[in-house]
Design a protein around this ligand. Structure first.
Ligand code: ZN
Length: 489
């Protein structure tokens, strides 16, 4: 058996001012054949999973290119097409192939391509042939499109938000694909379209219970896999929205019925699907009132670089500067210019510094302060589950009782190492501000007195009902009254 695996992934926020070019992939993660490390990045997990199975199962694994760009704005057409054609050429050279696996994000939008993954998969199908098993792993914050579904035999998404299970779901995908290629199962993919933008978190109810029930369904009654596509609201493309995917062993009607039942459950979540989110002033006041050990973590949910925005907004830093008695830390703010100034000055130097508040009107005002540089590094590397994430050259600066981490690379604050690698003791802080919507949670929760999600108003569009879509397929909730479930495609 011959198995090909590659990965091409980013999440495109079409409202973001930050362009995504070839250098954005090469700077974030670019591994041509044979160079992928043993640890997976988020979306390249199928390659690592396939390697492990190749050792035990004895098939021939052909590794293609894996590339990831930190989420940002529209992808340059030549960047997408160049990477696409690189991977398609690798499939052509690997023929004949029995299995083709892709680690995708599923929300890549390029100039001239609304549906990059649909385009890539249709072309891969044409090359690999109708009998090859094509399987994909997606981030649940994707746009599942008819072209994608038409081209594949298998699809699984991460189940957890935050995505703590990307490696486990890659194992699921590889296992199902091998069983399909051996003729042990005949997967049928059934999709129901919720006709809603209905994202939720799985670290809290009611999403937690739904995921636990879904997991218990797999492997029983012919159900091979169940995935919820939450959708990625920050993109003005037709297929934005929430969908439920059930893969059965040759039972598409039963799969569709189960998907419809789960879709109704998700629609019934109502306002509980997301936590309440105070503004910066109310959030800091609330943090002062909470007793206990360890810092209160304030998550700047709408300035999360993982959602394609800059991660340089200053609203929470301004609020902390209005509370100078409060021992606090904030990070990581994206500001390569300020980092370069700090690295030139070096640790121990006190100097005037302007930082943050640059990328967009929604970033707020830059901070002008006299800071002491407390630490610098050539490369701030932090863990996220099995992955290692680089924030590039970085610096820590102190203003009174506030420590701020500035980074040259855009990445969300996945882990306390963002602070501790630069010598900041979080146990001594009352408040820690992180730039992350949810992926911080697994690593910060064990040290946090409490977690508060903060609404700073943007730049990620905080209210789906108010996003200025022009191209989304209507009707869809919450822009319109709910039109009922729809078959898909
Ligand atoms: Zn995601």
């Amino acid at each position: 058996m011959r198995v090909f695996v590659a990965s091409l992934a980013t999440e495109t926020n079409t409202f973001s001012p930050i362009p995504t070019d070839r250098a954005a992939f090469e700077g974030a993660f670019y591994a041509p054949p044979g160079t992928h490390p043993e640890t997976p990045t988020l979306c390249s997990a199928p390659l690592v999973a396939a390697r492990r199975r190749a050792r035990t199962d004895g098939f021939t694994l052909v590794e293609g290119t894996c590339a990831w760009a930190e989420p940002a704005g529209l992808v340059a057409r030549d960047a997408y097409e160049g990477l696409r054609d690189e991977i398609l050429g690798q499939i052509r050279a690997a023929l004949p192939v029995d299995v083709v696996l892709f680690g995708l994000h599923g929300a890549m939008v390029a100039h001239g391509h609304d549906d990059c993954e649909g385009d890539l998969l249709a072309r891969a199908r044409a090359i690999a042939g109708p009998r090859a098993v094509i399987g994909i792993e997606l981030d649940p914050h994707c746009h599942l499109t008819p072209a994608m579904v038409a081209a594949v035999d298998l699809l699984v998404t991460f189940k957890e938000v935050p995505h703590t299970d990307f490696a486990a779901r890659a194992d699921d995908l590889v296992d199902l694909a091998l069983r399909t290629a051996r003729g042990e199962i005949r997967p049928a993919v059934s999709v129901v379209d919720c006709r809603a933008i209905a994202n939720f978190m799985t670290m809290r109810q009611p999403g937690r219970g739904l995921v636990d029930r879904i997991k218990a369904m797999e492997g029983r009654d012919g159900v091979l896999s169940v995935s919820v596509v939450h959708g990625f609201p920050a993109a003005d493309v037709p297929e934005v929205g929430t969908k439920v995917v059930v893969v059965t062993d040759g039972r598409p009607e039963a799969g569709r019925a189960l998907a419809a039942r789960l879709a109704h459950e998700i629609l019934d979540f109502g306002a509980d699907r997301m936590p309440s989110m105070p503004d910066p002033e109310a959030a800091v006041a609330e943090a002062r009132r909470i007793d206990g050990v360890g810092p209160v973590v304030l998550a700047d949910r709408w300035d999360n670089p993982g959602g394609g925005v800059a991660g340089d907004s200053t609203f929470l830093v301004e609020e902390l500067l209005r509370n100078p008695d409060l021992p606090a830390a904030a990070g990581a703010l994206w500001d390569p210019v300020a980092v370069s100034f700090c690295r030139s000055a070096g640790p121990g130097i006190t100097m005037p510094l302007r930082f943050g508040g640059k990328a967009a009107a929604t970033s707020g005002r830059p901070i002008d302060a006299t800071v002491t540089v407390t630490a610098v590094t050539d490369d701030l590397v932090v863990p996220f589950q099995e992955s290692r994430v680089s924030l590039g050259p970085a610096a820590a600066v102190r203003i009174g009782s506030l420590d701020v981490v500035l980074a040259s690379g855009r990445a969300q604050t996945f882990h306390p190492a963002v602070f501790t690698e630069l010598g900041i003791d979080l146990a001594a802080k009352r408040v820690v501000v992180v730039k992350s919507a949810s992926h911080f949670h697994a690593a910060f929760a064990p040290i946090a007195r409490a977690v508060i999600f903060v609404n700073c108003g943007g730049p990620y569009p905080p209210d789906a009902a108010k996003i200025p879509y022009t191209r989304i397929r209507r009707p869809i909730q919450p822009l319109d009254p709910h039109p009922g479930l729809a078959d898909f495609p």
